[in-house]
Design a protein around this ligand. Sequence first.
Ligand code: G3P
Ligand code: CA
Length: 269
Amino acid sequence: TPAASRAAHHDSPLVVAHRGASAYAPENTFAAIDKARDMGFRWVENDVQRTKDGELVIMHDDTLKRTTNVEEVFPDRAPWKVGDFTAAEIRQLDAGSWFSPKYAGQRVPTLQQYMRRVSHNHQSLVFEFKKPELYPGIEKQGLRVLRDTGWLDKHHVKSKLVIQSFSADSVKTVHALRPDVKTGFLGTPAAAELPAYAEFADQINSAHTSISADYVDAIHAQKGPHDKPLEIFTWTVNDAPSAVRAAGFGVNGIITNTPDVVRKALREG
Ligand code: G3P
Ligand code: CA
């Protein structure tokens, strides 16, 4: 098939464990990144937001409700927005029990704790500023934590870190502050718009349901801010046929809750 012959010319995509190995352990916790490591996956993805008192924490939703026991601990604090709680309050929450009693006691990591854990695990990271419009200045602050944890040295910048966001403004800000750091824009801009995005983003990271072979080719045809072809890490691919389809388009990375399923599909074609 054309897809198979096309795939033969590509390197196999990187497999990125989305929020950690989040099908098997509670997302965005140490357990989820440790699980990815134990399964043999070097790359993980996260989501970064800010507490009321200015601490950066790892959390996907803009409320604490779905992935912690916040309703039990703070019943009067609806709607339980991340930015309405202090770091000390968030530290008290259980971020594992909602997923399985086996993970009781998992905490919401601070960004600093998280970066140390990813380092300890020898992992690489797709770092997402989530809802940055809610947290003015979060890019500068996040970069400071990355610097302080050793993640902006040459080695890390070269091969272990991508910073992405759905907010083009946020990606532009990161690129302006640290032009050496690899960046990704989350979305699917029209092919004609790709040159504008290529000014500040090295990757265009689109939902797998919205890409085609032609779109991936259009991304690869454009040179990014580091004078290399733009890349695409597609998400969130949790089944074998979708993984094979995306790999056939020549995507550079596949972001997945089930990295084992994707790895197996890529091996077996
Ligand atoms: O990394 C891509 C993906 O995480 C974007 O969507 O909502 O899961 O953060 P979301
Ligand atoms: Ca994310």
